[in-house]
Write a protein that binds this ligand. Structure first.
Ligand code: ATP
Length: 356
């Protein structure tokens, strides 16, 4: 497994008129599980293709440990890849498909038949494919085929990294949870460096130790799922992560209060350097719905029941506000809201401002 270093990696598909990736500098440690998360077009696949060698970056340097691999072709980078759709040999059995990436090795890397068999059996056990081991790939369900594709990536234990490009897209929703959990366990057990591209926050948050959130060719934050939830560094991260995402309201800050349309809200920190209109971020989990007289009056414009809780959509003067309402709490007839001061984040030009 290898540490992966990006030094000012940038990529333009149109000769420098626009950049799909903009000067990324990052170090991803040996054995880490990283998810690249962001909306369509933010540059996730471009970055993955640069790491795998399918694409040469327009600028910058890529290192695996201390080796510059920027000019090496894919086959010399010693990486395993799992794609969105299964890539299998239909006429081979499941076990033969799993063995294939191991049989191709030459010279000092060549494995004995016994070693190959042991690794194939391990992959079969990891993914629960025992009953399919001797079946031909042709005729298997899309779910099973994709499980085997995952196995073909995981069977190679001595690679620099395993790259996953939206690998659960074709998987039936009820199986996704099981496979995500399995991948996580496999990571804990074997400590591969794994990079997993997805636009699905649940996949990213359950799989990764560190989530790399991308927007328009840039990394806006890299952090643990908890860090992304508690202290989004950018309003986009707050809004993209969460169901629903963070509320962002324009406000002014005066002393240890924020002022929204003349209403004062206590802050836990002070921001003496701020003036003018900034933004207050608060997650729907930390907005409390109360009876009239406690906090700021709101109008409830809709309630969505998602089982264990409800999401109330409210109008706070000129602003929309999402509120998570616990299962048994009634919606008051004259509702008001209170914000948990400790959970308020203040942003200027979309960037988090640290208070004192
Ligand atoms: P998705 O989740 O939809 O796959 P992504 O985050 O992986 O999106 P990329 O596919 O890396 O994003 O695309 C980043 C930007 O580069 C987009 O604006 C896209 O239109 C552009 N792009 C990607 N591939 C090419 C290409 N081969 N030629 C020209 N532009 C491209």
């Amino acid at each position: 497994m290898a540490k992966i270093t990006l030094n000012n990696i940038a990529h333009s598909y149109d000769g420098g008129n626009s950049y799909a990736l903009k000067a990324l500098t990052h170090e991803w440690h040996d054995g880490g599980a990283y998810a690249l998360l962001g909306p369509s077009g933010c540059g996730k696949t471009t970055l993955l293709n640069i790491i795998s060698g399918l694409l040469q970056p327009s600028e910058g340097q890529l290192l695996f440990d201390d080796t510059d691999v920027g000019t090496l072709p894919t086959e010399r980078r010693n990486i395993a890849q799992v794609f969105q759709f299964p890539v299998l040999y239909d006429t081979m059995t499941v076990a033969e498909n799993l063995a294939f990436p191991l049989r191709n090795r030459r010279g000092a890397d060549k494995l004995s038949a016994a070693d190959i068999n042991a690794r194939v059996q391990q992959a079969i056990a990891m993914l629960g494919l025992e009953s399919l081991a001797n079946r031909k790939a042709r005729g298997l369900s899309a779910d099973d085929k994709q499980k085997i594709s995952l196995g073909r990536g995981l069977v190679r234990t001595d690679v620099n990294a395993i790259l996953f490009d939206e690998p659960l897209t074709v998987i039936d929703p009820h199986l996704k949870w099981q496979l995500r959990t399995q991948l996580k366990q496999i990571h804990r057990q074997f400590g591969h460096t794994m990079i997993y591209v997805t636009h699905d926050q649940t996949e990213a948050l359950t799989f990764a130790d560190k989530v790399v959130v991308m927007l328009a060719g840039e990394v806006v934050q890299m952090g643990t799922p908890q860090e992304l939830f508690d202290t989004p560094q950018h309003t986009f991260v707050g809004q993209f992560i969460g169901s629903p995402g963070m509320n962002v309201l324009p406000c002014e800050v005066a002393g240890n209060e924020a002022v929204i349309d003349g209403r004062r809200i206590a802050l836990a920190r002070q921001y003496p350097e701020l003036s003018g209109v900034v933004e207050l971020g608060i997650r729907p989990e930390f907005v409390r719905l109360a009876d009239n007289g406690h906090g700021m009056p709101v109008q409830i414009v809709g309630v969505e029941d998602v089982g264990r809780y409800r999401i109330a959509r409210a109008q706070l003067q000129h602003h929309r506000l999402d509120i998570i309402v616990p299962e048994h709490q009634p919606i008051p007839s004259d509702p008001c809201v209170e914000f948990d001061s400790e959970r308020i984040n203040i942003y200027q030009n979309s960037q988090l401002v640290s208070g004192a």
